[in-house]
Ligand binder design. Structure first.
Ligand SMILES: [Zn+2]
Ligand SMILES: [Zn+2]
Length: 247
């Protein structure tokens, strides 16, 4: 047994560890938060998702980068491309819920790990100049204690050594949850919800916009619109999870 294993065994004796998803014992395991079985159940998106909107198109449905898929065809999206890592389902949905709504901030480490170790991410990020998290309204941030997209962005910044610009794209409208609204209400709800303090910081930049969950795409699209109005060259949206959304 290596020294590290002895230390683990000793710590397990005093601080028993359990999987955050299925509650099984993590003692004698190198895993810290979720067990090997639950890790295997993470619903990663397949390789056949639409790069324009992030929808999982399945192997038999085709899409083109320009026109998109059946979900986003005819829809105007201000971001140039999407990289989505998982489906908002199963283990991921529960972890994100605990992270955001039960304020278990430490969970960003697990989620960040899933994000940065995703196979396609390295090549997507190589081209990026700066990372910008989707902002929360200050009241919501104060209530939650953190902005989940900001924590994920900080993880990416550390791992890939890319600069991050926070608090320049700001949310000035404390909007209601987009999923509960009709299509027209959503447009009104998000319209003019964001503001850029110093547009020159985004000028000519290839931006990686980071969010935790992509649902209707309206929020990320509105952020991208503001970034482009500030002179950004392109906006690539990176999301941890994509939720199924019909409409
Ligand atoms: Zn488990
Ligand atoms: Zn699409």
């Amino acid at each position: 047994m290596a020294l590290g294993d002895y230390l683990h065994a000793l710590l397990d004796l005093f601080y028993p560890r359990y999987c955050l998803h299925c509650n099984c014992s993590l003692n004698n395991s190198r895993e810290i938060y979720i067990c090997e079985d639950c890790k295997k159940k993470i619903p990663y998106v397949s390789d056949t998702y639409c790069v324009r909107c992030g929808a999982d198109t399945g192997p038999h449905i085709t899409y083109t980068v320009k026109e998109g898929c059946a979900v986003c065809k005819g829809k105007y999206l201000h971001f140039n491309a999407v990289t989505s890592v998982t489906h908002y389902d199963g283990v991921i949905k529960i972890l994100i819920h605990k992270f955001k709504y039960a304020r278990q901030k430490f969970l960003f480490r697990v989620l960040n790990d899933i994000l940065i170790k995703h196979k396609g991410i390295k090549e997507n990020i190589a081209d990026v100049d700066i990372i910008v998290p989707v902002p929360l309204h200050w009241i919501k941030k104060l209530h939650r204690g953190f902005n989940q997209s900001e924590l994920l962005s900080l993880g990416i910044q550390r791992y890939f050594s890319k600069p991050i610009i926070r608090n320049n794209l700001c949310r000035i409208k404390n909007t209601e949850a987009q999923t509960l609204l009709s299509k027209n209400q959503r447009k009104l709800n998000i319209h003019n919800a964001f503001f850029v303090r110093q547009p020159e910081l985004f000028k000519g930049k290839k931006i990686l916009l980071v969010d935790d969950v992509l649902t209707t795409g309206a929020t990320a699209s509105e952020c991208s619109k503001k970034l482009k109005e500030s002179g950004a060259e392109s906006v690539h949206l990176l999301v941890l999870a994509t939720a199924e959304y019909n409409n």
